[in-house]
Design a protein around this ligand. Structure first.
Ligand SMILES: [Zn+2]
Length: 278
């Protein structure tokens, strides 16, 4: 879980304005985020939602890894925010934000990755995660989809390190528009923050445990059919073919692609066709 920005960012321009590589282009290490017209900061909103969400998910038995542990620090850089989820091998990642859009627009939007080669395997699963979150947020909060960002609440983005560099299914949630009067009254309300967190937890739970729970399923299947720890690339090709069949059958998937991982000798990474179980 990645609560966007940080409360100390505004006071540390030399750190957060440093340029990093986001997978396609340069962007700054982090930004201050937006705020309501009355000065309630996005960093505070994101942090509050993250605390509620952490409590909700842990109560359901999830292991939660956060990219920051307070709202008084600086950063981390957006590259590090992606890396934390990757290193944790999280089943899903969500970056929590609120937007600073036009005053006459309101609503929430899900920002999803597009294929930039390094994140290709998670574009499909991220779209499924995004759809689950969109549905849960609409139902759980009553907030409309954004009137100005994306189509029906979904906006693909190729300029965000947090999803460009992700190797886990991950999306950003722009919970509301802080520059809109109606949304501003919601984002500053602890009750609504808790409600938004509850809705995000519901969407994540659906993704992880419900019909879309392919990553836990694949992880389990990998153990059960013995995928991984193969002796070497050449001899692994034949074994990989056989294990792909087993894994496909085990998971009830129509198609599954195994790709040799150069970064982890002896292991394959899975990719599944359209993320759809047959
Ligand atoms: Zn933000």
């Amino acid at each position: 879980m990645d609560p966007g920005h940080n409360g100390g960012n505004a006071g540390a321009p030399s750190i957060i304005n440093r340029l990093i590589w986001n997978g396609r282009e340069s962007e700054t290490c982090d930004t201050t985020g937006t705020q309501t017209d009355s000065g309630y900061t996005e960093a505070q909103f994101n942090w509050n939602v993250a605390r509620y969400l952490t409590a909700d998910l842990r109560a359901e038995g999830a292991t939660v890894v956060l990219t920051r542990t307070s709202n008084t620090g600086v950063g981390p850089c957006v590259t590090q925010r992606a890396a934390i989820g990757n290193v944790a091998h999280a089943n899903a990642g969500v970056s929590i934000h609120a937007d600073g859009g036009p005053a006459n627009g309101r609503g929430f939007a899900i920002l999803e990755p597009v294929d930039d080669a390094t994140n290709a395997a998670v574009v499909g699963p991220s779209a499924i995660l995004g759809a689950d979150l969109r549905s849960a947020i609409a139902t759980g909060t009553g907030e409309p989809v954004s009137s100005y960002d994306g189509v029906n609440g979904i906006q693909p983005r190729n300029d965000l390190a947090g999803i460009n560099l992700s190797t886990i299914p991950k999306v950003f949630v722009e919970c509301a528009n802080m520059r809109n009067a109606a949304d501003a009254s919601l984002v500053t309300s602890p009750a609504w923050q808790a409600k938004a967190a509850r809705a995000i937890a519901t969407g994540l739970t659906h993704f992880l445990n419900g019909r879309q729970g392919l990553f836990p399923l694949l992880r389990r299947a990998r153990t059960e059919v013995g995928l991984g720890d193969l002796p070497g690339r050449r001899s692994a090709v034949a074994a990989g073919q056989h294990r792909r069949q087993e894994l496909r059958r085990h998971c009830g998937l129509e198609r599954i692609h195994l790709r040799w991982r150069d970064d982890r000798p002896g292991q394959y990474a899975e990719r599944f066709q359209n993320g759809v179980r047959t």
